[in-house]
Design a protein around this ligand. Sequence first.
Ligand code: SAM
Length: 334
Amino acid sequence: METSRELHRLVTGYQVSQAVHVAATLGLSDLLADGPKSVAELADATGADARSLTRLMYAMAAVGLYVGDGDERFANTELGDAFRTDAPNSVAGWARLVGRPYHWQTYASLEHSIRTGENAFAAVHGESVWDYLAKHPAEQKVFDEAMTALSQAVADEVVNAYDFGQFGTVVDVGGGRGMLLAAVLSRYPSVNGVLFDRPDVVAGAHELLSSIGVWQRCRGVGGSFFDSVPDGGDAYLLKAVIHDWPDAESVEILRTCRRSMPAHGRLLLVEQLLDESPDPVRTALSDLTMLVVAGGQERTTDEYRSLLAAAGFDLIRTVPTGSDVFVLEAAPAQ
Ligand SMILES: C[S@@+](CC[C@H](N)C(=O)[O-])C[C@H]1O[C@@H](n2cnc3c(N)ncnc32)[C@H](O)[C@@H]1O
């Protein structure tokens, strides 16, 4: 019986994922931050149908996010409170992304990727996720906020584990809205930063970087890392970028960085590692997401070493951060 229940939980995981996505999109944990609320109050605040929202609340109580008093008033549990948008290490931004219909449809074609090896996103939407996002600004915003949430969750660990204070200028390549760069600049006041990403993404970064008080030491540059990246950095930082791409494109991106780097420069990849992951389930599932959504893959330390060598870099060391990501430090091969 237990085995069958366990299997049932695995099979219905998609329902939990979509329900948690809706809870995050409605901001239910945020609304419950100051104490319990009735379903009528929650429905009023979110514009949702009260009867359906009651059913969602009972389902979310069943999986442990909220607790009911038996009279249609609900409160955050410890888990629900950690799901507030402003909670430390919150995954609410990520939850708002993964249930979006275009993302959900893509994952519905996982079988296509497994049977053919092809990227499901391109098969379903007829273009890459990056081209799709460029044409859909509302989705781009949700995506960028999800990346910001994921980066915020590991930023302190990354900047504490690796000494960025040795560099004059750090270029964050594919840096999104600059969450990790902001953490580097906050922790190391002598460092200047360059945020490089696609033009629409960089255009949305000013608010975050100025709210963290580092905009004065930072410059935003829009472009494509298949053409060029800004010159003059002492370190080129790429977090969760190379895992988005197959080997050939990854080598191209790394070569572009190599062309802009001085001989003393450092290349810093911040990535999960299949062979070292402290959370192997998360990393294995992230590998599937890379296959389906972006067309990339998670890799082992040796696979990164080979990729770096093909682009003219020596992997010097991998630095654990205590979170699920590592800093892979590489130098131009002499
Ligand atoms: C998975 S996100 C990671 C964002 C950020 N580094 C982080 O960890 O939060 C990958 C980033 O690569 C950027 N990107 C994709 N194609 C690009 C290109 N051709 N040139 C520059 N950036 C690109 C995306 O816009 C996105 O911000």
